[in-house]
Design a protein around this ligand. Structure first.
Ligand code: HEM
Length: 793
């Protein structure tokens, strides 16, 4: 299942994930059937002795036992005669119909759910108001202090949709408009371009496109389309031999359930009748073309290879030199807090180390990331490691070499090291030193906050901030508030604000300070956001789908758990973790919550980044060439791609980083004020949602320079700090305690995908492409991303 997730994340950009492994099996079958007694497994390349390992109908395929099990989906039924791949495929499908159909249905239900959510979002929020024009905020600097936003489990929950549980609104699932990203249909094969639609027209009207970046896309104006075609596409095409001047076609369009069930079979039939047509999928799946098209088979990575890569990745992380102890002075001055009802809103405070409760009225040690520990548990830990055991928040050390190397770290993949967390800013004196070291521009624009003055229902359960209890801390906060960093605000006006004195004040002050007040669209005549909860048709549908998704996840989990011995998968890890002393209901919630998080968080964000990468590479052929050259040099002949190779992909990393800067999939960072706070002169009432639009940070000319809107990967040549001065101005994965846990995995996935594609195909823009980044749950191409793809000689 874990690999299934990865595959989905991977191949939503073009391939049907569940079919991907099958391609390898078949392809290798066609190429490598042999009668030799000693074999290298055609799937995992591990040497094995035929007699010892294969004693059944898979003999002819020269696949080791483990891989054979994978081929058969670990159901232990290997009784097919795979005289042809089609037979195998169908056989497999019939044997594994239950899990396949479950997953398919699951995927479809998720898609519908997401689309409903998108529709809801589009209706709730005027996207144009969400993103103030870039020019406007530049012109309205406000000298006020930076506020540290409270971290809250319910980030974004109230604001966006109850469906998503604890997941931030920025994360969504990748079927883009209701159709499986994994399906292909026959129509798609007739076109002569790669079309990667990640959209569904049905919902187009509810979205307001944003295009604040125009990243090197001048040529995308519709007037210039012909030019693009001549200069971009023709140039690309001319670089390949005449007999290969064909573009390929992928159409990830929707099929009915029945159609998609038979998609592979239909495809196999179709290609026989379309001898002149090449297609990326065809390259992958058609036996008769495969040898010619694939070139080096090792240029592709299958699930097993990717798993090996991840294992290396994990080993490599483990083998890194351990972090040094936290600084003695830091340990000595670590603040204590007295546990009170405030800390126990969600039940007993549990020490993450010993798992015992920290009782009321006892003292606990609190790290800057807010995590609480028994003193006796955390102090020994800090004397050997400088990170929070829960979130790996890094603490100062006495190790000069370590601190120096930290400064010099150029790899943004380790974004846990973002130096400026909210609590750091208010609590540590080191912060002052850090600020002082920043270039002026970075100091000037310490952050962009977008205040949503929307009331939230759960504010009723939120009580005063712990800081209010502790006089010393309060003073410290006040002091921190006057540490002169500049913050810019835009205020979001919600209907009904005029009846709310505190919000009226916010808006009045905002106007007085020439801030931007953005009206939210009208809502029904109910107070606040209650209407979201009405049993409207849409809400009912959401609830039904939510319940169905819940049941489907549980079905898949149960099914998968039966294969525990065979599958040491992420899902099983989640299931095992869920049973850790929880009630049956809590166990279910845990499994469902985690599966949703992985699907929502791990899938679309990565897939949409891959798509934007391809778009930017297609429109910047010089970078495409550079990235390809590097990929060829580093990765050719490496079987499989290993962690060392990935690390050496500097240009590719820069391209990904720059893509994430211009098109951060998670567009908004949301935090809720747990208590009334003052931002400069603005009172922010408890319950206010503070939104940080990542684009405002990522496109800030003060931080990034005059070319902030342009695609210039070279800005990352010396790392994030060198690119923008202050690491917190680059936050595609968030920062602080809730930073993305999957960021390293995402970077690895993206590198593998790009390397494999770049070393085999050239990309150029399609005249059909209409540049329209749309703010939905992620920032995605509003009208899909058609690309022209040519196979490299
Ligand atoms: C390019 C790809 C990705 C991007 C841009 C991205 C971005 C983000 C962002 C912005 C957050 C919120 C951070 C915050 O609130 O400060 C987040 C959280 C999260 N991400 Fe990712 N993510 C990506 C890939 C992944 C992958 C591959 C996984 C897992 C397989 C993943 C799992 C998570 C989880 C579990 C969280 C919640 C962390 C927490 O609340 O403690 N993400 N991600």
């Amino acid at each position: 299942m874990a690999i299934g997730f990865l595959e989905i994340g991977f191949f939503s950009i073009g391939f049907r994930s569940s079919k991907f492994p099958m391609f390898f099996y078949e392809w290798r079958y066609n190429r490598h059937v042999s009668s030799q007694p000693d074999f290298q497994c055609l799937v995992c390349t591990r040497p094995f002795t035929l007699d010892a390992e294969v004693a059944d109908t898979f003999e002819a395929l020269a696949i080791c036992r483990e891989c054979k099990a994978t081929v058969l989906n670990d159901d232990g039924r290997d009784d097919i005669t795979s005289s042809s791949w089609q037979t195998t495929r169908i056989g497999r499908r019939s044997r594994t119909a239950s899990i396949d159909s479950l997953e398919d249905t699951f995927s479809q239900e998720f898609s519908q759910l997401i689309n409903l959510a998108r529709r809801g979002r589009g209706a709730d929020v005027d996207s144009s108001s969400v993103f103030p024009q870039h020019a406007s905020y530049d012109s309205t600097p406000n000298r006020s202090q930076r506020w540290h936003a409270s971290d809250d489990e319910s980030d974004g929950l109230n604001y966006v949709d109850s469906v998503f549980g604890e997941i931030e609104s920025t994360i969504s699932f990748g079927d883009y408009g209701g159709d499986s990203d994994t399906s292909l249909d026959e129509h798609s094969m007739t076109a002569r371009r790669i079309s990667i639609p990640i959209d569904n027209d049905t919902y187009m009207n509810t979205d307001t496109d944003i295009d604040p970046m125009n990243a090197g896309l001048d040529q995308w104006d519709s007037d210039d389309q012909e030019d693009v075609q001549e200069s971009g596409f023709d140039e690309a095409v001319n670089t390949i031999p005449q007999n290969q001047q064909q573009s390929h076609d992928i159409q990830l369009s929707g099929l009915s359930e029945d159609e998609s069930e038979d998609a592979v079979w239909n495809w196999s039939v179709t290609i026989r009748h379309r001898a002149n047509m090449t297609n990326l999928i065809e390259d992958m799946e058609a036996p008769e073309m495969r040898t010619a098209l694939v070139g080096n088979p090792d240029d592709y990575v299958d699930a097993r290879q990717f798993e090996m890569l991840l294992e290396q990745f994990a080993e490599e992380s483990n083998s890194r030199r351990g972090s040094p102890p936290a600084a003695t002075s830091f340990i000595e001055n670590l603040p204590s807090v007295i546990i009170s009802a405030i800390h126990q809103i969600e039940g007993d405070v549990i020490c993450p180390i010993c798992k015992d409760p920290i009782p009321t009225r006892t003292r606990a040690k609190q790290l800057p990331c807010m995590h609480l520990y028994h003193s006796s548990c955390i102090l020994p830990w800090l004397s050997s490691r400088n990170t929070c055991p829960v979130c790996r928040y890094e603490l100062p050390t006495d190790d000069a070499e370590y601190e120096r190397s930290k400064q010099a770290i150029t790899n943004v993949e380790v974004t846990h090291q973002f130096a400026i967390g909210a609590m750091e800013e208010t609590n540590t004196s080191e912060h002052d030193a850090h600020v002082a070291e920043q270039p002026n521009s970075a100091r000037r624009s310490r952050g962009w906050f977008f205040i949503a003055a929307a009331p939230v229902l759960c504010s009723a359960v939120l009580v005063q901030h712990p800081m209010d209890e502790d006089h010393e801390d309060k003073e410290e906060v006040e002091e921190a508030r006057h540490k002169g960093s500049q913050t810019y605000f835009a205020v979001w006006q919600h209907q009904g604000d005029e009846n709310h004195p505190a919000r009226t004040q916010v808006l009045a002050e905002a106007r007085q300070q020439q801030l931007h007040v953005h009206p939210l669209p009208a809502s029904p005549s109910l107070e606040g956001n209650l209407w979201k909860y009405l049993p409207t048709k849409s809400n009912q549908e959401i609830r039904t789908l939510d319940e169905q998704v819940r049941l489907l996840i549980l079905d898949v989990a149960k099914e998968q758990h039966h294969h525990q011995d065979a599958h040491n998968s992420l899902l099983n890890a989640i299931i095992d973790g869920a049973q850790d002393g929880r009630s049956a209901e809590e166990t279910e919630d845990f499994i469902i919550g985690n599966c949703k998080t992985i699907y929502f968080g791990g899938h679309e964000s990565t897939a949409v980044t891959a798509i934007w990468c391809l778009m930017l590479l297609a429109t910047h052929p010089e970078w495409q060439e550079r990235a390809r050259a590097e990929a060829m040099e580093v990765c050719r002949g490496r079987t499989p791609l290993d962690i060392d190779a990935l690390r050496r992909l500097k240009i590719v990393r820069m391209v990904i980083q720059e893509t994430l800067r211009l098109y951060p999939p998670a567009s908004l960072m949301m935090r809720e004020a747990l208590s009334d706070v003052k931002l400069g002169n603005i009172d922010v009432p408890r319950g206010t949602i503070v939104q940080v639009p990542r684009l405002l940070l990522h496109l800030d000319k003060n931080a990034w320079g005059a070319d902030a809107d342009e695609f210039r990967p070279e800005r990352f040549a010396n790392g994030v700090a060198a690119a923008c001065g202050a690491a917190h101005m680059y936050v595609p994965f968030g920062h602080g305690p809730r930073t993305c846990v999957g960021q390293n995995l995402a970077m690895a996935e993206l590198k593998v995908v790009l390397v494999r594609l770049l070393t085999n195909f050239a990309f150029s823009p399609s005249p059909m492409y209409r540049h329209s980044p749309a703010f939905r749950l992620t920032i995605e191409p509003g009208f899909g991303l058609p690309l022209m793809v040519t196979r490299l000689p």
